[in-house]
Design a protein around this ligand. Sequence first.
Ligand code: HEM
Length: 416
Amino acid sequence: MTTTQADLTPELVVDFDIYDPSVTMPVDRMQEKAAELAAIGPIVWSTTHGGHWLVTSYEHVHAILRDPETFSSHPNNLVDAGQGKFLPIELDPPEHTSYRQALQPLFSPNRMKALEPRIREIVIELITSFQADGKVEFVEKFAHELPTQVFLALMGWPLEDAALFTDATEVALNGRPGETPEQAAESRTKAAYEMFGYFMKVIAERRAAIESGEAAAEDVTSAIISTEITDSDGLQRPLTDDELARMFFLLLIAGLHTTQGSLAWMMLHLSQNTEERDKLIDDPATVPAAVEEILRFEAAIAMGRRATTDTTIGDVPVRAGDQLLLLLCAANRDEGEFDDPTSLDVERTPNRHLAFGSGPHRCIGSHLARLMLKIAAEELHQRIPDYRLDPEDPPVVLPSQVRGFARLSLLFTPVA
Ligand code: HEM
């Protein structure tokens, strides 16, 4: 039997809902809310979404992520777009291992390094497109575009397809703004269906290109399609179309919104901490550590886990079948792990943040994400260093398990 509210002392019970728009208004409300939850204890019970635990402490989040036997990754989402399991993020070891290994070489540091010149080119093109204007809606013109274009280059997919999957992945994650929960569920399912149609087309075309010898050996899509996995009977077999589609869908969802969010959080927080920003402007060598600090300071992901057996977290009993949500934003500001955690310190060391997770599902795209953030930070701080928030057009953040920006308007001194 799973936990119900009746089993709990009232002080452990909250009505926090990660999908509630008030959680992101104003933009730093989520951090305030997370601190309030952490002040109650390392684990509290939310009555929303059928009831689930919220874990806030660094120690417990870290331990749960590294214990897939007790805490399954399925379901990872509190809301479901009806797409079936996302691969490999919703599989547990040992099943997970083979799918993960199929993806691993594609994101190796060496492959990422080779992408660096193209990433810098895209970054410079994007900044050049708005630098003379003295203002920019940063999400549309930069934070969204950069990971989208890099992702398309990595996968070898046509740039003109960006609009389709941009809209569909946004809706598959969040529904459409202003919808009722039922309408949002319907929109999410429809968007997921559209995406699968797109992937099936890509897969069919790519299989044909591989067979005719036309596919470039180095493109990631062909490489994934040609990969063999070891199934539960120990037999080697290629991935099915359905498995491939679910992997591509995850790569998109995992790669775009997360990076888009981190780029925007970087600009927001550095515009509000100009002494820290000056360090990046004066010495680009500080950028890698600053990127780590941005990732720590604003970890936008809250991943789900489900207890597979009765256990305890701290001294709180958790039952088999209970759903958990791990609030990385709280763990990354835990005083037990970080000195002065609510201050942004671009030279912070050590900085063992959990923004990319930990354990078997630790982010496979972390090298790519770091590279995009680093190059973006270097070029933006050299080209439009005095950016500030536009007081006439306040930032808009969308609530979700991957909290990200809808708008971030910036003003800066125009560059001819
Ligand atoms: C700043 C940007 C990013 C952040 C903060 C981030 C964060 C995360 C986190 C926290 C996880 C673990 C989820 C869990 O344990 O349930 C994860 C997994 C994953 N990420 Fe990222 N990510 C980022 C960028 C990317 C990029 C650019 C890609 C690829 C294009 C990517 C692909 C993946 C994949 C495939 C997984 C699942 C790995 C597995 O299940 O073994 N991520 N990411």
